[in-house]
Design a protein around this ligand. Structure first.
Ligand SMILES: *Cc1c(COP(=O)(O)O)cnc(C)c1O
Length: 462
């Protein structure tokens, strides 16, 4: 018999964000096909994809229009670059569409292949901008602990993921991190309102400690995604805006997850009225059908780069790749035609909020929160109301049980998160919530030594 796919996978494939050895022992699940909000594995299981792949398959799986857009573009012009005074229709069309959807002061876009490359581009642009403005010493970028901005060296450095920094060695210099506005995790001794103000004040303190003349930019996600679907207290963003307005500092809003309807607006920056100078984008830009990212550039930075910059020595072979751009453009057209963003804002988001919040009555759940089509459950020990011992890895247990129940729900520590496709129906939201409850019930049973499910791919928790 030829070796199985899991065996070949184990033999040759190093997976991202994976303990290679542990995966080798446990084996990976082979996903073979998908439609709508459901994925299927090689053993015949169907799972509701509560994560839209990795926060990206916003229009759901199996969209013929996106497949056709790719096929037509591949025949027409599968590749050409945009380096040497050349361009092509898909890149132009997508640039125009993006600038029309973005806040009014953002009229230019630089294309990349991913969100990480978008954040590398951000760093290059921020430095270039201040150099052109005659302040080359203005180099410090303030990010946030537990923020995520990608996995290249610059993305990792801008992000505040402690485990990545521990493994990464020295990152890019002149990047520092301040506390995150994670009320459930770090602020419950204060009101959310007071905690939001305290987190904004921490930014100002850092600016003053570094010297305001030396601070180039502040970077943040509107709502932290990979950090655990962390919606900041209502007081946070207005207070941050007030701080940044007092000093001459660029605002970079990482829209890689929040952009394209996730929160019920085209961008998180619109929801929170942020008026950013730079907005990295990726993921939902193409509904994940092909890799593409970019940086939307506000007029203040664009005017300087264009008028005073000369040649900007930066770009990627696949910047504005015609096939990726054609698919992204079609993706955005479909979102407009079907009113996807408005439906998330007016219908699906409020419906998910109502159904998801019902899970707060579960003994394992300390908080159930959602915004648009992003949600989180904070798991707590029912006997104490506090966090579980980290070593118990209860979040990982709950995630594996959730998969066994037929729901893709992800864990970040003991926070369970969802981010389903934006085309999910009410009935499918009902199914998602009842599967999540089933997973919570089984997690609670196992924690008390009892169990009803066999976990995939093999039982690991006796
Ligand atoms: C996923 C993500 C990135 C990195 O995007 P890649 O395409 O994986 O490089 C950057 N920022 C945020 C907020 C993300 O969620």
């Amino acid at each position: 018999m030829p070796p199985s796919l899991p065996a070949l996978d184990r033999a040759h494939h190093l997976h991202p964000f994976t303990d290679f050895k542990a995966l080798g022992e446990e084996g990976s699940r082979v996903i073979t096909h998908a439609e709508g909000v459901y994925i299927h594995d090689a053993e015949g299981h169907r799972l509701l994809d509560g994560m839209a792949g990795l926060w990206c398959v916003n229009l759901g799986y199996g969209r013929r229009e996106l497949v056709d857009a790719a096929a037509e573009q591949m025949l027409q012009l599968p590749y050409y670059n945009t380096f040497f005074k050349t361009t092509h229709p898909p890149a132009v069309g997508l640039a125009e569409k993006l600038c029309r959807l973005a806040p009014a002061h953002m009229n230019h876009v630089f294309f990349t292949g991913s969100g990480s490359e978008a954040n590398d581009t951000v760093l290059r642009m921020v430095r270039r901008y201040w150099a052109l403005r005659g302040k080359p010493w203005k180099q410090w970028v303030i990010g946030r602990e537990n923020g995520y901005h990608g996995s290249t060296l610059a993305g990792m450095s801008l992000g505040g993921m402690a485990l990545m920094h521990e493994q990464g060695g020295p990152g890019v210099p002149c990047i520092t991190h301040v506390r995150q506005p994670y009320w459930f995790g770090e602020g419950r001794d204060q009101s959310p309102e007071a905690f939001g103000h305290a987190c904004a004040a921490a930014i100002e303190e850092r600016i003053l400690a570094l010297g305001e003349e030396n601070v180039a930019a502040f970077i943040a996600e509107p709502v932290q995604g990979a950090g655990g679907a962390i919606m900041p207290p209502a007081s946070y963003w207005p207070a941050v805006k007030a701080v940044l307005a007092r000093y001459d500092i660029l605002l970079v809003v990482d829209e890689v997850i929040c952009g394209f309807g996730r929160l019920g607006e085209w961008f998180g920056s619109v929801l929170y009225d942020l008026a950013p100078d730079l907005m990295p984008i990726a993921k939902g830009l193409s509904s994940g059908y092909l890799p593409i990212g970019g940086v939307l550039v506000g007029d203040r930075v664009a005017d300087t780069l264009i008028e005073e910059g000369g040649e900007f020595f930066h770009g990627f072979t696949y910047s504005g790749h015609p096939v990726c751009a054609a698919v992204a453009l079609r993706n955005l057209e479909i979102m407009e035609e079907e009113g996807v963003v408005e439906r998330v804002r007016d219908d699906l988001g409020p419906y998910l909020a109502r159904r998801w919040s019902e899970l707060a009555d579960h003994p394992l759940v300390g908080e159930a929160r959602s915004l648009g089509l992003m949600g989180a459950l904070e798991l707590v020990d029912p006997t104490t109301g506090g966090r579980f011992d980290r070593a118990l890895a209860v979040g990982t247990l709950c995630r594996d049980i959730s998969f066994a129940c037929g729901l893709v729900m992800r864990s970040v520590g003991d926070t369970m998160i969802i981010s389903p496709p934006l085309v999910i129906t009410h009935e499918q939201i009902d199914e998602l919530v009842s599967l999540a409850r089933e997973a919570l019930d089984e997690t609670a049973r196992r924690l008390s030594g009892d169990f009803a499910y066999t976990l995939y791919p093999q039982e690991r928790y006796e």
